[in-house]
Design a protein around this ligand. Sequence first.
Ligand code: FE
Length: 253
Amino acid sequence: MPNTILYDDGAHRNILLEDFDAGGLAVQANQHVIIHNGQGMILDPGGHKVYGKVLAETFSVLAGGSLRYLFLSHQDPDIVAAINGWLMTTDADAYVSALWTRFVPHFGLDQLVIDRLKPIPDEGMVFDLAGSRLVAVPAHFMHSEGNFHLYDPIAKILYTGDLGASIGADYRVVGDFDAHLPFIEGFHRRYMVSNRIMKAWAEMVRPLDIEIIAPQHGALFSGKEMVGRFIDWCADLECGVDLITPTFKMPAF
Ligand code: FE
C-alpha cells in the first residue's frame, strides 16, 4: 500500500508511510511521520528489516526538511531495534519513557549518539515541532509499563502505539467496527494489562478532539463515531490480569 496522507493543510502534514512488509514472522508495523514547517517527527520507526526503506521514505516525504524527533511509544523491538541507525544517520533526538532509557542502549547504541536518547517523564510532556505542539500522553500498562501515546491537536490524531492494533485485516481504515473486532479482541485481552487501566485511559482521552486513532499495527479508526466506538470498547474490555484467575497452574513434568 502506498503512503497515505492523513492530514495536510500546507504547513502541517501527517503521513502514514507505505507498508514495508518486514516479511516472514515479523509483525506488520505502521510508520507515521508528522511534518510541520519543514521539521519532522517519526513515530515508532521499527526494526532492521524495514530500516533502509523507512529511512529513505522519511527523507523523501521531508523533501529537504530535517528530522527533529524520533518518538518511541515503548521499548519493543518492532519499534526500537534500528534506533542506532536512525541516530547515526540523522540529527534527531529520540524520546522514550524514562523507564526504558537504560534498556534501549542494549539494542546497540553507539557512544556517539547515546546523549540523544532522552527520557519522557512519567506524566508526559509537550514537544515543540517548529512551533507546533505534540503531546506525549501517558498510557502506561497499555501494554508496556512505560508507554506513551502521541496527540496532535492540529491534525486531531491520537497515535496509540499497540492500543488498537489489529493483525491480519487487509484494509487501512476500519469500515465496520463489529466486523473488525475479531482482528483486535484476542490481542487486547492478552496484551493490555487490566480494565482499570483501559477505563482510566478512556476517561482521559474522551474530552479530546480526535478525528483519527492511529495504532502502530493494522487499520486506523477514522471519524468521530468510529473513534467513540473504539474508546467505549476499551472502557468495557476485560483484559490482562482481569482474566488471569484464579491462579497459574504448573504444566505437568
Ligand atoms: Fe509492544
